[in-house]
Design a protein around this ligand. Sequence first.
Ligand code: OSB
Ligand code: MG
Length: 377
Amino acid sequence: MRCVPELKAKPYKIDFIEIEMPFVHPFRTSFGEQLDKQAILVRIEDEDGNIGWGETSVDDAPGYSYETIVTAWHIQNDFLIPILKDNNDLSISRIMKKFAPVRGHEFAKAGIESALLSLKAEQDKVSLGEIYGATKTEIPTGVSIGIQRSVDYLVKRVGEFLDKGYQRIKIKIDRGWELEPIEAIRKEYGDIDLMVDANSAFTVDDVDIFRKMDKYNLTMIEQPLAYNDILEHKKLQEQISTPICLDEPIHSPRDAILAVEYGCGQIINVKPARVGGYLNAIEIAKTLGEGKVWCGGMLETGIGRLHNVFYQARSEFTIPGDTSGSDRYYEKDIIFPAVEVNERGYIEVPKGKNLGFEVAEERIEEIAIRKISHKLF
Ligand code: OSB
Ligand code: MG
């Protein structure tokens, strides 16, 4: 099945709403600590009043990606909106191609694309899952746990998520916070599905640390080396047996294919926003196939998270992803009901029209920091 969504009617009005939501727990990685989530929600309406919702899930600092809440706002309002105003095309993939003269800024583009795809689902009165080629009724899921104040506390946190049913545990590692936490988790919980994410904290000179990691039978090691490197990862992969998974440097289907074909990594953490949107993310899943892809996250609000749920309901996604329940991130999400993980570690794919769940617009008003509206014609 080819994914070539065509809108039934042109987008008429587009709103960007910047929001900030506190996390229930601070999220610490090798590149810094986050206390709240920034995002630019995208609401697109057609002349018949159909509404699509998307999310630009950037951070406030250029730690994970060079894109920030300020750059995304600038790129969307000053460059992408003028392209949309000039556009008469109804094909979402052709609209995305018109964004190509704006180099990079995948998160900014993906935010708009996700709202267009949701508008398409609304116009057709179908689930967004149908647009994304979803075939599953539930998705296997895991949790990404940040760096904690002590190894004991981390072990306790891991236990809480295992009790809740999460199928796979990913822990963030950093220099000096690697072998000891892994050893402690293995000792306490035995042969659970365990992986680590370094967010680029190491270099190839650290090969000894990764050789030692091999004995813990980790499912994979995510992004051990530089955020903008693919090749060095190949040199590391040749010296260790644990599969390497790439995250930060993969910005397009071409990057993903190059990395896997050349043995720089065996698996890709696909974050649809990081690769310029869901259409590119679908292309990656189709090209690489089962066992080579799983869906990552950017601690999205409920809107971005639901998009990720539908994407992962495609048949290629058998590796549990990072999409966790709403309560793992926020006290009060912006969708109703909240996303829940069942005791077997699955998230049920919503069945209703479009996102399946309601968007809590009053809650969005409460946490909005700024908002701008554009009429497209
Ligand atoms: O590296 O995968 C990452 C969150 C923010 C930025 C980068 C990463 C992450 C996560 C959390 O690991 C994924 C999630 O729960 O959404
Ligand atoms: Mg990562």
